[in-house]
Structures are given as structure tokens and as C-alpha cells.
Design a protein around this ligand. Structure first.
Ligand SMILES: Nc1ncnc2c1ncn2[C@@H]1O[C@H](COP(=O)(O)OP(=O)(O)OP(=O)(O)O)[C@@H](O)[C@H]1O
Ligand SMILES: [Mg+2]
Length: 301
């Protein structure tokens, strides 16, 4: 049978609550790969994910899976989706395994498939032995791993992960991010996060969202290249810091052997600063596009 390449397309996707527009005319075409969705609190990331999973009602626009409207596909589309929401019901009294069988049931998996997938993914996330314990006794990282397994049940083509590494220690974060990489082949993975390191490591494309608008979609290396010649620094005395922080609130302070360095990102070199020799990182991209009160930016490639 001919296998059609997976596509998911947003056309003019818009969400308003009353007269407040929280997602504004989004146009994106997704192909298999990991997409990092980066934006400050309230930017509209979870709303976009809610619209994709039809847990939030759309105001306007289309969402097309393989070219077909997802609202028309209904169950057929939902069966291809795995969703790990930002706010999770906790099911503290359930053992992990019972919770996963319950989730598999909701997804309509038969017992045998459910058992096979649950054991396979529990092994993958290193929790096969702990899975007969109640979720109430799990650490934050273990819970996130179980929720990740729950999202994977049914072998979805599209995986929607809303801040899966929030609040986790570095070791747990790295684990989750490695699992995401491991399962991303031939799937469309949408990953909302504030953790730029997660995106740097695994995202092939980054979407920058601010105030409901998509500012940029590009691979990390393209965004990093845009920051070259836009990073400036100043070695300063401790007593100067306060004034600099007020004048340039989006600066980054670091300690170097030469002294305290104040680093800013922007189009022009501020007085008293010099172009930095340091490599740009995604935090610079974040600050450049998403922070401060400057107007929406757009750099044409
Ligand atoms: N039910 C609702 N009624 C009114 N406004 C809402 C509702 N749900 C969300 N919003 C608003 O929509 C905007 C986008 O929220 P959303 O949760 O999508 O942001 P986010 O990018 O996921 O933020 P975070 O990083 O904090 O998770 C916010 O301003 C929020 O207050
Ligand atoms: Mg959110």
C-alpha cells in the first residue's frame, strides 16, 4: 500500500476568548520531525495544543491531517494523536500499570496490544519494576515518564507534548528528552517548552510564538546564525550593574575572570558595549524575539 507522507497543516488557526485574541491566524505545515514551540507564559502554546486535540473549541481556521479537515475526521484523527497535557489529573490511587491500562482502554486498544505496548514502553522508560506501585508515591520525574508512556499508547503519528520536562531535575529532563528523540522517527512531535536546552538538543524546527502570533519557524542553526553580530557585552564594575539592568532589562549577567560581564542582544550596539565574541545560543534567540516591550520582530533570511 502506498504510504502517504504525514502532514499536519494549520491554516489561519485563530482562537479568541470574547474580544481577546490568544491565537492569531497561524499558518504552519508540519512534517515528521520534532518541532520545539517556544514562547513566554500566556503566548498561546497550550491553546494551540488544545485546538489540535479538539479540547479547546476553535474560533476560526482549519487544521488538516493528510489534507483533510480534522473536525470531519473526528475519531479517526484522534486515534492518531498522543497528547501529554500540561495540567494532568493525578490518579494518585492508581498504580502506574492500572492507569496505563485505563488510558489504553479509553483509546480503544484491545487487551493484547495494550499489554504489549505498556510493557514495551515501561521498559523503555525504566519503570517496569516500579509500575505496580501507586502513582501517589511517584517522584515528579517518574510521573512525567508514565504520562509520556500514556501519550505513546496506540502508537500515534502525532505526539503533542505540553512542557513534558517542566519542574524536572536535569537528569530526568535529559531522560525525557532522549525518549522523545528515540520515538520521534516517522512522527510529528510538537513540544512546548521553556527549557531552551531541550529544544537545542532535539528540535529540528523551532516555532517562536509571542502574544498568539507565530514570529518565526526555522531550524535552530538558522536562528542562531541570525544572532551573530547581535550580541554585545560590557565588562562592568559591580556598582554599574544596577543601572545597566534598568537600561537593558534583557541582559544576562555572567562572571568571568576579567570581571562581571553584562551581555545584551539587539540590533544595535549600545553605548559602552562591544560586539561579543561568544557564540550565540538559543537563550539569545529567546531574548531577542520574545522578551521586552519591543515590537514584533521579523528577520528575513
Ligand atoms: N478559558 C480561557 N478563557 C480566557 N482566556 C484564556 C482561557 N484559557 C487561556 N486563556 C488565555 O489565553 C492566553 C494563552 O494561554 P496559553 O495557556 O495557551 O499560554 P501558554 O503559551 O501555554 O502559556 P504557559 O507557558 O504559561 O503554559 C493567556 O493569556 C490565557 O490567559
Ligand atoms: Mg501552556
Amino acid at each position: 500500500m502506498e504510504q502517504k507522507e504525514l502532514t499536519l497543516e494549520l491554516k489561519g488557526l485563530t482562537k479568541r476568548y470574547g474580544d481577546k485574541t490568544v491565537l492569531n491566524d497561524l499558518h504552519v505545515m508540519f512534517h515528521p520531525g520534532v518541532y520545539g514551540i517556544l514562547g513566554p507564559n500566556g503566548a498561546g502554546k497550550s491553546t494551540m495544543m488544545g485546538l489540535l486535540t479538539d479540547t479547546v473549541r476553535r474560533t476560526d481556521g482549519e487544521i488538516l491531517f493528510q489534507g483533510e479537515e480534522t473536525l470531519k475526521l473526528g475519531r479517526q484523527f484522534r486515534a492518531r494523536l498522543g497528547y501529554m497535557p500540561q495540567q494532568q489529573g493525578m490518579y494518585d490511587q492508581f498504580t502506574a500499570r492500572r492507569f496505563l491500562f485505563y488510558t489504553a482502554g479509553l483509546k480503544g486498544l484491545d487487551k493484547k496490544t495494550a499489554r504489549r505496548q505498556i510493557e514495551e514502553y515501561l521498559n523503555m522508560v525504566g519503570l517496569a519494576d516500579a509500575a505496580s506501585k501507586k502513582l501517589g508515591g511517584y517522584s515528579g520525574g517518574m510521573r512525567q515518564r508514565i504520562m509520556f508512556v500514556a501519550a505513546l499508547l496506540g502508537d500515534p503519528d502525532i505526539l503533542i507534548l505540553d512542557e513534558p520536562t517542566a519542574g524536572l531535575d536535569p537528569e530526568e529532563r535529559i531522560r525525557i528528552r532522549n525518549y522523545i528523540s528515540e520515538i520521534s522517527e516517522n512522527r510529528i512531535v510538537l513540544l512546548a517548552t521553556h527549557v531552551v536546552a531541550d529544544i537545542e538538543c532535539i528540535a529540528e524546527q523551532v516555532l517562536l510564538i509571542r502574544e498568539g502570533k507565530l514570529l518565526q519557524m526555522a531550524p535552530p542553526h538558522v536562528l542562531l546564525a541570525q544572532m551573530e553580530d547581535r550580541i554585545f557585552e560590557r565588562i562592568c564594575r559591580p556598582e554599574e550593574l544596577h543601572g545597566l539592568m534598568q537600561a537593558y532589562p534583557n541582559g544576562n549577567i555572567s562572571q568571568r575572570k576579567e570581571g562581571v560581564v553584562y551581555r545584551v542582544v539587539g540590533d544595535d550596539c549600545p553605548d559602552g558595549f562591544i560586539p561579543s565574541a561568544a557564540q550565540p545560543n538559543l537563550e539569545d534567540v529567546y531574548l531577542y524575539y520574545l522578551k521586552g516591550d519591543r515590537q514584533t520582530r521579523s528577520i528575513q533570511e
